[in-house]
Structures are given as structure tokens and as C-alpha cells.
Design a protein around this ligand. Structure first.
Ligand code: ZN
Length: 240
């Protein structure tokens, strides 16, 4: 089976289309949260995922749009986007977001947005944090998002190592448990503005990371035409 794994789409329609094109044919689509927030296309993105039968979990931006968590810890840009998104989204698409769990299990994988230990909030940027999370799920492997970085933590016989990934990199899955991150489709923050994606081939036990260009100017124009902060448009070209 071939699985497309996407994260942090952040309501960026052109980036989602480019990421789906880049991964090609797939049997399932897994989404590790932050489907909306920041971007100008929340309804379009949710409808695309619903039509594709995506198996998704909520991220902190999704939960904030649903009013499930306070936005007091969000920065001004994020809060403004959450408020606009909540006010603009169609009721049936909000209901779909609300139906999503915070974690789910798909085969050998646990899906969570931040971490399996703290699905909505925790950023897995460090080996100590990853070590705690490696003890917090039952399956061999876990997929997260939230940091917007293509970064893996792997437990090599008690030593946790961090592995950065880039376009075209693959990782063979073996007995070593790991937490994988596909990076962000709609708002990369590693200095590379291209949309991120990941594929899983369960027959070969291999994951592959991808980057793909998309029409950034189209998303920027849509942000600027809406009551969203211009800085949300500016950052897309920089990948920050
Ligand atoms: Zn995010």
C-alpha cells in the first residue's frame, strides 16, 4: 500500500494540490493536523480532503478555530487568522474538523499533530522531548507535524538520534521505533518555500520526503484580498 502523508496544510489550496501531484498515486491519505489557520482556503482544503477520504487528526489551529482551545498563547498573526477562519468556514466543514480525533492509529503508525504525549501543543524539536514521546505510543512508528520541519527521531537501542530529511531522502523502516515528520505543505519554515510531502510504501517499509514548488503568488494574492495580515502572504515566499 502507498500512503501520502501531509501535514500543516494551513488552508493553502495551491500548495495542497502541488503536494498531492508530487506524491502521485496513493491508496490512502493521512493528515497530521493544522489543516486550516494562516491560509486563505479553509473550505476548499477541507472539501478536498473530505473528497479524498483523508484520515486526519486535529492540530492546534484546527482546535482553536473550533473554539476548543484558547488563542491566548497564539501570536497576533495566528490569532487573526484563527478568528477569520472561524467566522468564514461553512458549518459542514467545521463539523468535519470537529469530528477528527487528536490521535489515531493506522496500521503500524500512530498519528498526532504535536506529539503523542501532548497532541495539540508539544513541539518535537529536541532529543529529550522525543525520548519522552517514544514512550508515549504503542505502535512501532509515529507521524507528527507542528514544527513544520522534516525531522525524524529514531530510537537506536536506547540512543535517540535526530535525522534531518530533504527532498528525495528515504528512510528504511526497521525494528528501530521512530517519530517521523512530513514537514509543512502550506507554510514551510525551514527557509525553503517549497511545499513538503511524504510518502509511505508499506510493501517496501520505506518513507520518502518530497519538496515541490507551487504557485505561491496565487496564495499570496488571495491572502491580500482577504482581511488577513499581509505578513502571512510575505512569509510564504521566504519559507519562514
Ligand atoms: Zn502548523
Amino acid at each position: 500500500m502507498r500512503v501520502a502523508i501531509l501535514s500543516d496544510i494551513h488552508a493553502n489550496g495551491p500548495a495542497l494540490e502541488a503536494a498531492l501531484d508530487a506524491v502521485g498515486d496513493h491508496d490512502q491519505l493521512w493528515i497530521t493536523g493544522d489543516i486550516v489557520g494562516y491560509g486563505p482556503h479553509p473550505d476548499e482544503v477541507v472539501e478536498r480532503l473530505r473528497a479524498a477520504g483523508a484520515r486526519a487528526v486535529q492540530g492546534n489551529h484546527d482546535a482553536a478555530v473550533l473554539g476548543r482551545i484558547p488563542t491566548g498563547t497564539f501570536n497576533d498573526l495566528a490569532r487573526a487568522a484563527v478568528e477569520w477562519t472561524a467566522a468564514t468556514m461553512a458549518t459542514h466543514n467545521l463539523a468535519w474538523l470537529a469530528s477528527l480525533p487528536e490521535t489515531r492509529t493506522e496500521g503500524d503508525f500512530t498519528l498526532a499533530h504535536g506529539s503523542p504525549r501532548d497532541p495539540l501543543w508539544e513541539y518535537l524539536f529536541s532529543i529529550p522531548a522525543a525520548r519522552l514521546s517514544l514512550a508515549a505510543f504503542e505502535t512501532p512508528y509515529c507521524v507528527v507535524g507542528h514544527t513544520h520541519h522534516q525531522l525524524t527521531f529514531r530510537d537506536d537501542d536506547g540512543q535517540v538520534e535526530a535525522l534531518l530529511a530533504g527532498d528525495g531522502d528515504t528512510l528504511a523502516l526497521d525494528e528501530r521505533r521512530c517519530i517521523l515528520n512530513a514537514g509543512s505543505v502550506g507554510q514551510p519554515r525551514d527557509g525553503d518555500p517549497r511545499a513538503c510531502a511524504m510518502t509511505l510504501d508499506t510493501d517496501r517499509s520505506e518513507v520518502r520526503w518530497l519538496r515541490t514548488t507551487y504557485d505561491i503568488s496565487a496564495t499570496q494574492a488571495d491572502i491580500r484580498a482577504l482581511p488577513l495580515p499581509d505578513r502571512l502572504a510575505d512569509r510564504l515566499a521566504l519559507g519562514v
